[in-house]
Ligand binder design. Structure first.
Ligand code: CDP
Ligand code: CDP
Length: 231
């Protein structure tokens, strides 16, 4: 297949976006960027540096610290995808905890944070042959993407999948806590003023509540071939 395209995958929490994006990138030889990992890394920084405690979120200090937050991805050949680095340290595991999940949507509401991350994401996507997943990829980061996917699934299905995943990683968390987190993040992500999660113009909606990983991959791969042939 000759024509490389930009693929934007948006949707609610734990809908299988990154699973799909990784499969597509591997199959097509594209670069995969997990934009959520960047918001998680900024949140982790804020927690490590006293900008976030159980009592308060010191937005001003976080905003003033933004020039000192350096993010990059590094491809791990053993895993087959790129891992997130914060100021030179691999934070791939540290950013996936329920504690980070519980704060990340608050951090993602801050316009200064979004502006910094969107700029870096657009820079990474200058060359076609990229698949990026998140909440605002088809609306803000790459509104001109040739293929936009909007993923949905019922909250219970999503929480069950995420809970099972956290269990296999040995994280001590209840199903109820995961469901609460998924629902709270969906609410904040869809109601914030700056770049709320909405289905982008031209996006194709996929409800994968009853689709396996392989089925959703086949469905979207067929769309990629169709779009790139038409260019
Ligand atoms: O848990 P899940 O993989 O669904 O989330 P994520 O992709 O890791 O994103 C974590 C959070 O970052 C989201 O709930 C959003 O609040 C925020 N986010 C965002 O605002 N914009 C993006 N493009 C990506 C993530
Ligand atoms: O990136 P996002 O938060 O949207 O979701 P994910 O991390 O790709 O998927 C969340 C969990 O659901 C993972 O454990 C996937 O393996 C699983 N999943 C599934 O069981 N069936 C699907 N059709 C899609 C994802």
């Amino acid at each position: 297949m000759s024509n490389k395209i930009t693929i934007a995958i948006d949707g609610f929490s734990s809908t299988g976006k990154s699973t799909l994006a990784k499969q597509l990138a591997k199959h097509l030889g594209y670069v995969y960027v997990d934009s959520g990992a960047m918001y998680r890394a900024v949140t982790y920084f804020a927690m490590q540096n006293g900008c976030i405690t159980n009592e308060f979120f010191d937005k001003e200090t976080l905003i003033n610290s933004l020039p000192f937050i350096k993010l990059h991805f590094e491809f791990n050949p053993e895993l087959g995808f790129a891992e997130m680095y914060l100021n030179g340290l691999n934070v791939e595991t540290a950013i996936r905890t329920i504690e980070v999940s519980n704060f990340v949507s608050k951090v993602a509401e801050v316009s200064e944070v979004r502006a910094k991350l969107v700029e870096q994401q657009q820079e990474m996507g200058k060359e076609k042959g990229i698949v990026m997943d998140g909440r605002d990829i088809g609306t803000v980061v790459f509104p001109e993407a040739e293929l936009k996917i909007f993923m949905t699934a019922s909250p219970e299905t999503r929480a069950r999948r995420r809970y099972d995943e956290l269990q296999t990683k040995g994280q001590n968390v209840t199903y109820e806590a995961v469901l609460k987190n998924v629902e709270e993040r969906d609410h904040i992500d869809t109601h914030r003023d700056d770049s709320p999660l909405v289905k982008a113009d031209g996006a194709i909606e996929i409800d994968n509540s009853s689709l396996t990983r392989e089925e959703q991959f086949e469905e979207v791969l067929a769309l990629v071939y169709k779009v790139s042939k038409s260019l």
